[in-house]
Design a protein around this ligand. Structure first.
Ligand code: ADQ
Length: 458
């Protein structure tokens, strides 16, 4: 069996000093790395001037990390990845910053990674590169002479051609992707946008079984939606911390229905629009007002980037205004919490919530929607309200799908969910849960690795 080499910006392999709770992606890739005797390469998350690779083997998995210089971090990570590609790929042209230095730093860091990693890759290894930080890495590895099977998975949306062409040297970025053998997108929609770009901007053509050909080179591009570790999430809801949290939430709700939102604090998650929709509900249904409350959990992320500081300040102000306008002596309409919680605690919170409010303006997939579904009580499940612009909406179409830009749409959906009879909640939840369980993170990983393994090498 071939070894598996995973490359991503940050390495989430288990380590001696990690707290134990890994995310679904980390769990799935860790298990694959263990089975395939592989290595997970990436940035240490630290600044440093040497380029020494640090190897660590823990729990049967080897991780290998390097530091990046301050300049690299600024141009590659905070710059091109988080201030150029992230907003552009989430359709936010107005927030996208186009700096030549960012692109230079991005290409330089990808080159560095490729040069440092390639001596550690053996001829038979499968190489799997992840996400927008590393788009040109496959091309760099080919320059280093690698003829291995190399795959790439994009965790975020692929933007429509009309937006992507706003990126200076967009074609250079996409051409580099043809160094891969297999490219995975979260949904058919993002795959369709990629096809559009390739056929309209590069003179490419599409063939059978996902084949995409440009200038004599054929690769495979597939839609392969990521899932959660559903079995583990269901198990988490039965563990003591989840049960205790569930009880704590029910007690502190004193008979009111809990609506929950859980997101990294990011402008793509539509938290401001969600607050506006909730406010519209409070304003237009005075009788229902004191029977609900919204708990929004949103730990800050990427706070070195101005647009993230801006959204945080906007949410601080908006949450204060909503509570100032509607709170009563014994009721606060919005609990806004800026911190992260362990998975078992989240599982208990999800299970206590009558509504899961997941309203990103654009999201590659959105795993919170799947976690909310997995955590529900089968006999008395809550209702998922889901943005039609989340990748997850393509699979979870039994949810109440909303337009997150419309406060009225969100307010109507909250009312619909609160008044939904138990039979309808169960009838909607069952197919959602089946989907989450069947298309879990192990399914996703196997599907991608099978596609990559099936590529014939010259
Ligand atoms: P993210 O943008 O980070 O991921 P998402 O898919 O929702 O978004 O995953 C967030 C994860 O972080 C979930 O597992 C969630 O439980 C956890 N999380 C969020 N808030 C938390 C909190 N307060 N405490 C603890 N945990 C918290 C990117 C893409 C997505 C894509 C994923 C995976 O932007 O579109 O679904 O990668 O491919």
């Amino acid at each position: 069996m071939s070894r598996l080499i995973v490359v991503s910006n940050r390495v989430q392999a288990p380590s001696a000093d990690s707290s134990g709770a890994q995310g679904g992606l980390a769990v799935a890739l860790t298990a694959a790395l263990r089975e395939h005797d592989g290595i997970w390469f990436g940035w240490s998350g630290e600044a440093g001037e040497t380029r020494d690779m640090r190897f660590e083997t823990y729990g049967g998995v080897t991780s290998a990390t390097i530091d990046l210089s301050e300049q690299d971090i600024e141009e590659y990570y905070e710059g091109y990845a988080n201030r150029t590609l992230w907003p552009l790929f989430h359709y936010r042209l107005g927030l996208t910053e186009f700096e030549r230095d960012f692109q230079g730093g991005y290409e330089r860091v990808n080159r560095t990674f490729g040069e440092i990693i390639s001596p550690h890759i053996q001829p038979d290894d499968l190489v799997w590169v992840h996400d927008y930080h590393m788009i040109p890495l496959g091309w760099v590895l080919r320059q280093q002479g690698l003829t291995n099977r190399i795959g790439f998975f994009l965790h975020i949306p692929w933007p429509p051609t009309r937006l992507l062409v706003a990126l200076p040297q967009h074609r250079r970025l996409v051409e580099a992707m043809f160094a891969y053998d297999v490219i995975g997108f979260q949904t058919e929609e993002w795959l369709g946008s990629f096809h559009h770009y390739v056929t309209h901007e590069m003179g490419g053509s599409l063939g059978e079984n996902g084949a995409v050909t440009v200038g004599g080179r054929t690769i495979r591009a597939i839609a392969c939606p990521i899932g959660i570790d559903a079995e583990e999430f269901v198990a988490a809801t039965g563990r003591s911390e989840a049960v205790a949290t569930h009880r704590r939430m029910i007690e502190s709700s004193i008979g009111r229905s809990l609506i929950v939102g859980v997101d990294r604090l990011d402008y793509s998650k539509g938290i401001e629009e969600r607050f506006n929709g909730y406010q519209r509900f409070l304003e237009s249904r005075p009788d229902a007002r004191a029977n609900v409350y919204l708990l929004q959990i949103a730990p800050p992320s990427r706070s070195s980037v101005q647009s993230y500081r801006d959204i945080r300040a906007q949410l601080d102000a908006l949450s204060g205004r909503i509570n100032g306008a509607y709170a009563d002596l014994d009721w606060v309409p919005l609990r806004y919490v800026n911190q992260g919680f362990p998975r078992d605690v989240l599982a208990g919170v999800y299970r206590a919530a009558r509504i899961g409010l997941v309203t990103p303006l654009r999201d590659g997939m959105n795993l919170v929607a799947k976690e909310y579904v997995a955590a529900q009580d089968p006999d008395d499940p809550g209702v998922l309200i889901l943005s039609r612009f989340a990748g997850a909406a393509a699979q979870l179409d039994q949810a109440l799908l909303v337009n997150p830009y419309s406060a009225d749409d969100i307010a109507d959906a909250i009312e619909h969910a609160l008044t939904m009879p138990r039979e309808e909640r169960i009838a909607r939840w069952r197919p959602l849960f089946e989907n989450v369980r069947e298309h879990d993170v192990i399914w996703w990983r196997n599907r991608f690795i099978d596609e990559l393994s099936a590529v014939s090498v010259a």
